[in-house]
Design a protein around this ligand. Structure first.
Ligand SMILES: [Zn+2]
Length: 75
């Protein structure tokens, strides 16, 4: 099961930045998350909930050549 974009997570303003938002749970910015489930931290409540519901992150995506996953593997 897979959504095209994961954008239904709760968001909050970044303090001092009127036009920047972040996930309420893992505090990653929306520009970092970029609609991807794996943009959230692996400990993020939203991500954990969706993954446990059967949604997939893109770690096994077939054509991933031009995306660098530098914000994903800290656990
Ligand atoms: Zn999150």
């Amino acid at each position: 099961m897979k959504k095209l974009f994961y954008i239904d997570y709760p968001q909050e303003h970044l303090e001092g930045h009127m036009h920047r938002y972040r996930c309420v749970h893992c505090k990653e910015e929306t520009t970092i998350i970029n609609g991807r489930l794996e943009g959230h931290l692996s400990s993020c409540e939203y991500r954990v909930k969706l993954e446990s519901a059967g949604y997939e992150s893109e770690k096994a995506a077939s054509t991933n050549t031009l995306v660098s996953h530098d914000a994903d593997d800290f656990d």
